[in-house]
Design a protein around this ligand. Structure first.
Ligand SMILES: C[S@@+](CC[C@H](N)C(=O)[O-])C[C@H]1O[C@@H](n2cnc3c(N)ncnc32)[C@H](O)[C@@H]1O
Length: 203
């Protein structure tokens, strides 16, 4: 069970642009790396507005170039910086239809599991941003990460997030991100966890 989330400890985001969430379908990608997935997703889903956040400068710069090389899709909003302050300060509660966390940096040692997305205190805050029925998809090649999330399912359930599907990604899958490509090519087992946010009282 993650420690309670303490909003007083979250600094202001570095990105100072005001953000007004557009009406309609809203998605968020945390740690999008060099941005292959957000650009493809935005092009393939013109009816969905995607916010994609990356905190590593070199990766973000590649993402930004990819975004501009694809005519800066109007439904894609790249954000440079740490996702946690941005989400906390810029997003109202219950505004998101979809979250992607694809191959987040894992902290495999058991004592550091609470630094991982879905095991960290911030999870409570992230879940609050979901609309009823919204989805959250997390992919990883780390068995320890999956085991730690599975050990935490009861607490996620209490917060309204329910694991709907756990799937091993087939080796011939059309990769979505550069890390997915790398891991599948070297025969790592990649797992996709698909959650849905539901009414806490429903089972
Ligand atoms: C292993 S890489 C995966 C990148 C991409 N999703 C992919 O699959 O190719 C993880 C990325 O998450 C980013 N990241 C980790 N924690 C983050 C945070 N709190 N806010 C924004 N980006 C974060 C890292 O900078 C890194 O680029």
């Amino acid at each position: 069970m993650p420690r309670p989330f303490n909003p007083d400890k979250i600094p202001e985001p570095k990105d100072l642009r005001p953000f007004d969430p557009p009406k309609g379908n809203l998605a968020l990608e945390i740690g999008c790396g060099v941005g292959y997935h957000p650009v493809q997703f935005a092009l393939e889903n013109p009816g969905i507005f995607l916010i994609a956040i990356e905190r590593t400068k070199e990766k973000f710069e590649k993402f930004q170039r990819r975004y501009e090389n694809h005519d800066s899709p109007k439904n894609l909003y790249p954000v440079f910086g740490d996702a946690i302050p941005w989400i906390h300060h810029k997003l109202p509660d219950h505004c998101l239809d979809q979250i992607f966390i694809l191959y987040p940096n894992p902290y495999p040692k058991s004592k550091h599991q609470n630094r991982n997305f879905l095991n960290m205190p911030f999870t409570q805050e992230l879940i609050k941003k979901l609309k009823m029925g919204a989805s959250l998809e997390l992919a990883t090649n780390s068995k320890e990460y999956v085991e730690a999330i599975e050990g935490n399912l009861k607490s996620l359930n209490t917060m309204g997030l329910k694991l709907n599907e756990k799937k091993v990604i087939p080796k011939d899958f059309k990769w979505r991100t550069h890390f997915e490509k790398k891991y599948l090519e070297r025969n790592d087992e990649c797992i996709n966890l698909f959650f849905r946010y539901h009414n806490r009282n429903q089972d």
